[in-house]
Design a protein around this ligand. Structure first.
Ligand SMILES: C[S@@+](CC[C@H](N)C(=O)[O-])C[C@H]1O[C@@H](n2cnc3c(N)ncnc32)[C@H](O)[C@@H]1O
Length: 301
């Protein structure tokens, strides 16, 4: 089962109250949705792009029949399929859930032998399509941009030499042979698998669109809470909050200053909140988590 990450901090920052309506943009195993519903007499609209989340959501629909509803879809497009109203909070818990990682068939894990798939929605381009048909240069770019893999070119070369690939294990073996052992407790295929997963699911594009949609959907005083798991995601969240709270993220001394955007969020903590040591001991997946949050203020999205 999935252990929700930074749940205590999510509840503190989202601060659910009675009669309010929240969006849980990444339902997963429903840990956040359940906790929000238990914390206050509020409503939760949950969504997830993974069709498997549907079944897990049924249990919550039964337990909270008038306060919980689930939609299958991408948070980048949520404004088009959830009720058109303004919300008191939106929460994101990015990445994959334990049910996705632990099911070998989904192909997300290099620890389990499974088809090289990694598609959260079970449709579209798969990880196998990328490694088996893309040009070496493009594979290297994906590994570098989305995985920050320093040996991206060498790994891409080996992939092209050894393809076609069918399974996760086959790919992990080729990456291990090129990148080698790095440090105890860290698998050197992590970056390659992360890169393929982010690319196949366009996770960074989704994140940008999801944050922009939240800005439109939140009412004044509503809160946006985002838990991310690696630097690429955190950078997008940090930049979004900085821009939307009146800061200038990309100032350059060579360019004329861009006009300041009117702030739409109030940022209380400039720094990300980190998980407690206790939580990391109980749940190693929490190790890299970062929570950023802000309150919607007046101003056009
Ligand atoms: C880390 S899990 C969420 C776990 C959840 N907070 C809990 O406590 O059980 C992330 C979930 O977000 C979903 N997801 C990722 N990207 C998405 C997107 N763009 N739109 C909707 N759901 C997405 C994944 O399918 C996965 O189920």
């Amino acid at each position: 089962m999935h252990k929700s990450v930074m749940l205590h901090e999510v509840l503190e920052t989202l601060a659910p109250y009675d009669k309010a309506t929240y969006i849980d943009a990444t339902f997963g195993a429903g840990g956040y949705s359940r906790a929000i519903l238990e914390k206050a007499d509020c409503s939760v609209i949950a969504l997830d792009r993974d069709p498997e989340a549907n079944n897990r959501a049924k249990k919550l629909e039964e337990s909270f029949p008038h306060r919980f509803s689930f939609f299958q879809g991408k948070f980048g497009e949520m404004a088009q399929f959830i009720p058109n109203t303004s919300y008191d909070g939106v929460v994101f818990d990015l990445g994959v859930s334990s049910p996705q990682l632990d099911e070998a068939d989904r192909g997300f894990s290099f620890k389990l032998e499974g088809p090289l798939d990694m598609r959260m929605e079970k449709k579209g381009l798969s990880a196998a399509d990328v490694v088996n048909s893309f040009e070496e240069k493009e594979i290297a770019r994906i590994l570098w941009v989305y995985g920050e893999e320093r040996k991206s070119r060498a790994v891409a070369r080996a992939i092209v030499e050894k393809r076609p690939f069918e399974s996760t294990k086959q790919l992990a073996d080729v990456v291990h042979a090129i990148v080698g052992f790095e440090r105890p407790g860290f698998d050197s295929a992590t970056r390659t698998f992360q890169a393929l997963r982010l690319y196949v699911n366009d996770e960074l594009g989704e994140l940008e669109r999801g944050l922009e949609a939240s800005e439109k959907l939140l009412k004044v005083g509503g809160r946006l809470v985002v838990v991310s798991f690696h630097s690429l995601e955190d950078r997008i969240v940090k930049t979004f909050f900085k821009e939307r709270s009146g800061g200038q993220p990309h100032g350059s001394r060579y360019l004329p200053e861009a006009p300041r955007r009117r702030a739409t969020f109030l940022l209380k903590n400039r720094k990300a909140l980190l998980p407690q040591e206790e939580e990391i001991k109980l749940n190693p997946r929490a190790r890299s988590a970062r929570l950023r949050w802000a309150t919607r203020i007046e101003g056009e999205a």
